[in-house]
Design a protein around this ligand. Structure first.
Ligand code: SF4
Length: 367
């Protein structure tokens, strides 16, 4: 069933904070906040364009939903609740801050049929949280996640990499903590420098250095592998492309790419193929052309943008020209390899690949 979100953007309403990367106060100053009474028209417009048989969710995002006045939260939820009751939509989600969660709020959200809450966590490192002006600490993240689980909500976690004071080890440590909280889904965003933010000021004065695109891809690939190993879905990597983000006036710096998630997947396939090719090279007498077997859905991820993965592998490992063979017999995220004229096939499935990285100490493992 196709999943479709009806997004309802409520910028910065209820948010008393000024996180250094956030430009929502700026957006909010330019936009009238959407009044609750305007919601049915917006939802009806979306519903008219959604193919029948889709799984539809209404998603409140922007700002910190549960930090608005409770009467305003209920005013919004009252408008969408009839769609849920009539079965016109199938779920209701919202995003908020961990310190905007307490038992009374959760009872109220339950009453109105909210089933998924996404927490803007960003990092589990208290120094990074403080430098980002988040005004909260790890303790609140853990407590909010625990409460959401206890009250039967689906838990979403939003993370950022590349904030001031952040680094790869902190990102991997954050990933470990989040895995321990057993979320139902995760989103990961590289930090971007947006005009009008405190981060933009720090970047201009040279006290903040943004991640390069390869750095962001590499650390997000490691985080994705860790989540995959624990069967936690990463439902978004990188911000949704928008006209705003294509504009140099808005996006001042940072590892933005319209297909960031795809770049991360391609990088993982590069690493996995490299591992398999090294396995094959360790065998004696291997001087024939190499054929890589891949599930048809993964071909472009294996080859990479502009054949980048292949060019890199051919150059680094001296393999000669690599050839791709599509095969339904190879599971998604797995790879096979054989030398021309031979029957023996080597395979490397994703889980085994991750296990190897953990065993070598390249990724954190379980306690
Ligand atoms: S809490 Fe959310 S909306 Fe408020 S400033 Fe921080 S990122 Fe922006």
């Amino acid at each position: 069933m196709k999943h479709v979100n009806i997004p309802i953007f409520i910028p910065h309403v209820g948010c008393p904070f000024t996180c250094i990367f956030c430009n929502q106060r700026h957006i909010a100053s330019q936009l009238e906040p959407l009044s609750p009474s305007a919601i049915p028209e917006l939802v009806d417009q979306h519903l008219a364009t959604i193919p029948p048989g889709s799984e539809i969710e209404i998603a409140f995002f922007g700002g910190s939903f549960t930090m608005m006045d409770v009467s305003l939260q209920e005013a919004y939820l009252r408008q969408v609740s009839p769609y849920l009751i009539k079965g016109l939509i199938h779920g209701l989600r919202l995003s908020t801050r961990p310190d905007g969660i307490d038992p009374d709020i959760l009872k109220m959200l339950k009453y109105w049929g909210v089933d998924t809450v996404e927490l803007g966590v960003q990092s589990c490192d208290d120094e990074v949280l403080a430098a980002a002006g988040r005004g909260m600490a790890l303790l609140q993240i853990v407590e909010a996640s625990r409460l959401l689980k206890e009250y039967g909500f689906k838990l979403g976690i939003q993370l950022m990499v590349g904030l001031p004071g952040d680094n790869r080890l902190k990102d991997l440590a954050t990933t470990r903590v989040i895995i321990g909280l057993r979320p139902d889904m995760v989103r990961i965003y590289p930090t971007l420098v947006i005009a009008g933010t405190e981060l933009a000021r720090q970047w201009r004065e040279g006290s903040y250095q943004e991640l390069s695109l390869p750095e962001a891809v590499s650390v997000c690939a490691e985080m994705l592998l860790m989540f995959q190993y624990h069967h936690i879905p990463v439902i978004r990597l990188g911000l949704q492309p928008s006209q705003e983000l294509q504009s140099a006036e808005t996006l001042l710096a940072g590892p933005y790419h319209p297909a960031f998630g795809e770049l991360v997947e391609q990088h993982i396939f590069y690493m996995q193929a490299r591992e398999l090719l090294l396995d094959a090279q360790a065998l004696p007498g291997r001087d024939r052309p190499v054929n890589l077997l891949v599930n048809p859905a993964d071909v472009s991820r294996l080859i990479g943008q502009h054949r980048r993965n292949f060019l890199r592998l051919e150059e680094e490992l001296g393999t000669g020209l690599l050839k791709v063979i599509k095969s339904e017999a190879i599971a998604p995220d797995s790879l096979g390899l054989y030398y021309s004229g031979e029957n023996r096939i080597l395979t490397l499935v994703r889980e085994d690949f991750i296990r190897r990285l953990i065993d070598r100490g390249l990724l954190p493992g379980e306690d």
